[in-house]
Design a protein around this ligand. Structure first.
Ligand code: HEC
Ligand code: HEC
Length: 444
């Protein structure tokens, strides 16, 4: 009953998204939700007390009164819509000899829109580099992170993390003493995809290189060197449930009024111009699961090039690929997968690298901002209802002499991995058609 009870209890006012269909009390979906929100899959990365010392790293004179709020604001974390002690969502208590602190999937895969937290919405506020760096400093560790975890706030180098961590493993997941270089790149600048689109997809990740059914692929994030082969095997069942939960998550509905007549018109334009790649919507939806060649889509290719065949080969030799029968091998595809657009109003910024802050700019490439910053807050005041996405401030240059932490708040589309070019399919629409499509997209 846990999962239905959660949906009904009003004190969790930051309600998470749940499947619309009521499930049997102890369904795989329920168990997945419970595992995800209660189990530390990654052993402690820091001692628990390091959380309480973060303010010292900020060089504050004293611990701020609203400490959790300040931590959330600084790193782009959000309140948990489930019990998480004093910790923001994404951080978790974990015991392993010591009372420790670790992260979980939600640090990236739970976000906030209009001030509400949702499991499954990508966290577009997060500065994961600062979070790790500061927790290390609070712990008294002076060593630098082994590579960049985030180049631009709201994006991260999850792909690079996977490549880095697999380098420490033998095919049977035994730990290696030295790291194999599997072609580590830390300039992919990845926006986190929403979990609610996975249920429609046959292939997953931005290039569509993995089978969406693969459970073990979703366990890659547990590859901390402290996790043994036996741990992976022990948790596989829980990840089958987590997979079921992920595929049960539904997109939140656009909460403001919609001009239905205009949206209907937009639906016709969409079906003519966009549906062949993005599918159709409503009760009898279709989704073609198309991967568009990189030359044709024309968006930034760092992510496409950055996870190399060398990684693919190592992955395909490893335990991760040996699931069910012949297993689920990863493949090198020709480009990027056109994603389902459900809940697209809530998932700004757009494109795989988060280089376009609004849907309007996505549909009119010559107005896409080149260098911009935003609040990284997620309240109504931060949301651009006209252009659908985040309100931004464009600048001519990044102010001199600001810290690297502050610099990451500027999205510079001239930098590697961050180009905002490509996907020009909206350019030929008339302004009227574009506005109509925009209205239609709010209904998805
Ligand atoms: C550091 C941030 C981060 C963490 C932590 C993280 N992910 Fe992800 N996840 C990403 C990014 C970024 C992508 C897109 C990767 C790509 O395609 O290159 C992604 C992709 C995915 C996808 C594929 C979605 C799709 O539609 O293609 C799934 C499923 C997923 N993650 C599940 C998980 C699970 C389960 C965990 C926890 C065990 C987790 N992730 C932890 C950042 C993260
Ligand atoms: C030829 C196939 C194709 C057509 C036609 C097409 N798209 Fe796309 N679209 C893609 C691909 C591929 C991506 C992912 C590109 C990337 O992330 O680099 C994408 C991304 C998007 C995104 C961003 C998704 C996200 O989560 O960030 C939106 C929104 C979108 N398209 C809307 C549209 C609309 C509206 C139209 C019609 C005017 C359209 N697309 C036409 C292939 C297409």
């Amino acid at each position: 009953m846990l999962y239905l009870a959660f949906a009904a209890i009003p004190i969790f006012d930051n309600s998470a998204t749940f499947a619309a269909e009521p499930k049997a009390p102890d369904s795989s979906v329920d168990r997945g939700y419970k595992a995800l929100t209660e189990t530390p899959f990654v052993p402690p990365l820091w001692s628990y007390s390091s959380y309480d010392k973060l303010w010292k790293v900020w060089e504050a004179k004293e611990k701020p009164a609203n400490y959790q709020g300040e931590v959330q604001k600084r790193y782009g974390l959000h309140s948990a819509p489930f019990k998480n002690g004093e910790l923001p969502m994404g951080l978790r208590k974990a015991s392993f000899l010591i009372e420790g602190l670790t992260i979980d999937c939600m640090v990236c895969h739970a976000g906030s829109i209009l001030g509400k937290s949702y499991i499954g919405l990508g966290n577009s506020s997060l500065d994961v580099h600062a979070l790790f760096e500061d927790l290390n400093l609070a712990e008294g560790r002076k060593t630098k992170l082994p590579f960049t975890f985030s180049n631009a706030r709201g994006t991260n180098e999850a792909g690079g993390m996977g490549v880095y961590l697999l380098g420490y493993r033998e095919p049977d997941l035994k730990l290696r003493s030295s790291r194999k270089d599997l072609g580590l790149h830390d300039d992919l600048c990845e926006d986190v995809p929403a979990w609610w689109i996975l249920k429609k997809k046959q292939t997953m990740y931005y290039t569509g290189g993995a089978d969406a059914r693969s459970v073990r692929s979703k366990m890659q994030f547990m590859m901390s060197p402290l996790v043994s082969r036996a741990d992976f095997e022990r948790h596989e069942k829980a990840f089958q449930d987590i997979d079921a939960f992920i595929k049960s998550v539904e997109a939140p509905k656009y909460p403001f009024p919609i001009d239905q007549k205009l949206a209907d018109k937009g639906g016709l334009v969409f079906n003519e111009n966009c549906a062949k790649c993005h599918g159709t919507y409503g009760e009898k939806w279709t989704y073609p699961n198309k991967i568009i060649p990189i030359e044709q889509i024309g968006t930034d290719r760092k992510r496409f090039d950055g996870i190399t065949a060398k990684f693919g080969e190592a992955y395909n030799e490893s335990w991760f690929s040996k699931e069910k029968g012949d297993g689920y091998l990863v493949t090198q595809t020709k480009g990027y997968q056109a994603p389902p657009l459900d809940g697209i109003w809530a998932t700004a910024p757009y494109l795989h690298n988060g280089s376009v802050p609004t849907l309007y700019a996505l549909l009119k490439s010559d107005v896409r901002p080149k260098l911009f910053t935003r609040s990284f807050e997620t309240n109504e005041a931060d949301y651009d209802r006209d252009k659908v996405g985040w309100k931004i401030t464009e600048v001519k240059s990044i102010p001199m002499s600001i810290s690297v932490f502050e610099q990451r708040k500027y999205y510079d589309t001239s930098k590697p991995g961050r180009s905002n070019r490509g996907h020009t399919f909206g350019d030929d629409l008339t302004e009227g058609e574009r506005k109509a499509v925009l209205e239609y997209l709010k209904t998805l």
